[in-house]
Design a protein around this ligand. Structure first.
Ligand code: MN
Length: 193
């Protein structure tokens, strides 16, 4: 098996009560494992076999793209959380957020709104271009800003499997609560400006 599911840097119960142990077990344990298993099966014996995951995302389409991108997106999502992370952005990222959005609170509001208004399944992204300009964008299904040449910094999963066990239909509440576990140290490490 080429790709494997990396072990999370925290325990499944560490993000309670924002994300429950059951959700982590199903979402990262079962859903993510299925994407990775599909990905490994689909690349076997093809030109994609020797590519890294980002290359596969850039070059594939259809079922392979969906599984490759979902595999990547979930690792990116779960590794941005920590029970004891940095609660606010620092350094150049903090400055850029204030410059472009007015304040951290305004940025959070815009990000939550973008997540709440995605129709159906998808992801809300914060990414940057090669000049460090920030972008909030909505992606349907497995969409990823990598395919638009942007560098992803943060993502909130708005597929129902991400929140239904803990919040049922209350997607907006789930999005709002995620700020309690986002580790801005991780997000900042992804912003090299
Ligand atoms: Mn998901």
């Amino acid at each position: 098996m080429k790709f494997t599911r990396p072990r999370l840097p925290y325990m499944a119960s560490d993000l309670e009560p924002v994300i429950s142990t059951t959700t982590i077990d199903y979402h990262y344990g079962k859903h993510e494992q299925a994407y990775i298993d599909n990905l490994n099966r689909l690349i076997e014996g093809t030109e994609y076999e020797d590519m890294n995951l980002e290359e596969i995302i850039r070059k594939s389409s259809g079922g392979l793209f969906n599984n490759a991108s979902q595999a990547w997106n979930h690792i990116f999502y779960f590794f941005q959380f920590s029970p004891k992370g940095l609660k606010e952005p620092a350094g150049s990222l903090a400055e850029k957020i204030t410059e472009q959005f007015g304040s951290l609170e305004e940025f959070k509001k815009k990000f939550e709104e973008a997540g709440a208004t995605i129709f159906g399944s998808g992801w809300v992204w914060l990414s940057c271009d090669d000049k460090g300009t920030l972008y909030i964008s909505q992606g349907s299904n497995a969409e990823n800003p990598i395919t638009s040449g942007l560098t992803p910094l943060m993502v909130f999963d708005v597929w129902e499997h991400a929140y239904y066990l803990d919040y049922q239909n209350r997607r907006a509440e789930y999005l709002h609560r995620l700020w309690d576990i986002v580790d801005w140290d991780v997000i900042g490490s992804r912003y090299n400006f």
